[in-house]
Ligand binder design. Structure first.
Ligand code: SAH
Length: 377
């Protein structure tokens, strides 16, 4: 058989960008370069993000010629749903495959203030936190902004069936968003734009493991979006044990960056603090933490560890979690315990994807039907 060249091997899929990769101005420039009027970009955004059509053909106020040009130049379907799990508490977790066969996950969470979508920014992760399932296979690649936008759009389409709206976004899925910065910014632009998904900046939270230079950039340029820091430790020794990124960006530098953020923006920062049994969850750790963050306008989100089979961290007993919280509160720190969403469906970061990868490896012996059952259990 003749050897396929690269183009044939990939089909045309990789050669055409996703239309969701484009900011409005980029789409305007593309239209003008293709002999069309720039204002059509607004109409196209309306079809994509408000009417949420699934084909260029449906964009009925565009000429046939323009629809054909769009069809020839862009992809409209970036993600294919592999499986969907719904938890008793309404949390929905969707596993998607990308054009190159990688799998990512997106979660829809229900709150009393609205529906929030948790998005993935990278296929895998290279940060290497010792408790996290997302990092197990390392980093495969960055997502494009359009692939991140598509997750919110697909989640919104699920919510459309209940006439509900995605009102909030948390960038807390698989990956380190500050290591895929350009795509993150394009994504935020599109989901926030009033001609895009129109989700308010203060309803969008980006979480980082602590990529210090980007925190400064964030403080300077993106200060209406919320910022969360995965802190997880009251001192640099424990943090290095849990998060190797602490050797790249030591805790003292991270705290300086957080102080800069709060002073520059006048806004509150969120610290995520996972409670890992016997590692960082004692009252003395809470005291040390209170001292570490004193004077910073912040909120602490205490996260009871999500069990990951490949990791051997254990849960903090309930009473100890409350004792930790009370210690912080007595020191005047606003601390809440994260409500678990979808714990019955493996909704913690990277769990479904890890499970899927494991199943794929075993699929030589496992018949397809059983595999599907495993995923929806
Ligand atoms: N890379 C970014 C975005 C991931 S957000 C970051 O590190 O912030 C996901 C949050 O869940 C992070 O705070 C992460 O540290 C935390 N997390 C990951 N695995 C966990 C686990 N097994 N138990 C509790 N929290 C976990």
């Amino acid at each position: 058989m003749a050897k396929l060249d690269k183009k044939e091997r990939n089909g045309d899929i990789q050669l055409k960008p996703l239309i969701y990769d484009l900011r409005l101005e980029k789409l305007q420039a593309w239209l003008e370069a293709n002999g069309e009027k720039a204002f059509r970009a607004g109409q196209i955004f309306d079809w994509l993000y408000v009417k949420r059509v699934d084909s260029f053909e449906d964009m009925s106020n565009l000429s046939k010629a323009l629809r054909d040009k769009l069809q020839a130049s862009f992809h409209l379907a970036g993600l294919k749903e592999i499986t969907r799990q719904e938890s008793a508490d309404g949390t929905i977790k969707i596993l998607f495959s990308l054009h190159d066969g990688h799998a990512i996950e997106t979660v829809v969470m229900r709150h009393n203030y609205g529906n929030s979508i948790c998005v993935t920014t990278q296929v895998g992760c290279r940060i290497g936190c010792t408790f996290c399932a997302s990092t197990l296979g390392g980093l495969k690649r960055n997502l494009t902004s359009g692939e991140i936008v598509s997750q919110v759009l697909m989640a919104q389409k699920v919510l459309d069936q209940e006439e509900q709206r995605a009102s909030h976004i948390v960038v807390m899925g698989i990956g380190e968003p500050f290591e895929n910065f350009e795509a993150l910014l394009d994504f935020l632009y599109v989901v926030n734009h009033d001609k895009g998904l129109n989700i308010g900046q203060r309803h969008i939270t980006v979480s980082t493991s602590g990529i210090v230079p980007k925190i400064y950039e964030w403080a300077d340029d993106m200060n209406q979006f919320n910022l969360a820091i995965s802190l997880h430790a009251p001192n640099t020794e424990i943090r290095s044990r849990l998060m190797p990124v602490n050797r790249r960006f030591p805790l003292s530098d991270l705290m300086d960056a957080c102080r800069y953020y709060v002073n520059k923006t006048g806004r509150r920062i969120t610290f995520e603090y996972g409670l890992f049994g016997g590692v960082n969850d004692q009252v003395e750790h809470a005291q040390e933490l209170a001292t570490l963050i004193s004077g910073i306008n912040c909120h602490i989100n205490l996260i009871p560890v999500n069990y990951v089979p490949e990791r051997d961290y254990v849960r903090t007993p309930r009473d100890d979690i409350f004792a930790f919280q009370r210690t912080l509160q007595k020191r005047g720190i606003n601390a809440t315990i994260r409500r678990e969403h979808g714990s019955d469906i493996a909704a913690a970061c990277g769990q479904l994807r890890a499970q899927h990868a494991k199943n794929q490896k075993e699929s030589a012996e496992v018949p397809k039907v059983e595999q599907a059952e495993e995923l929806t259990r």
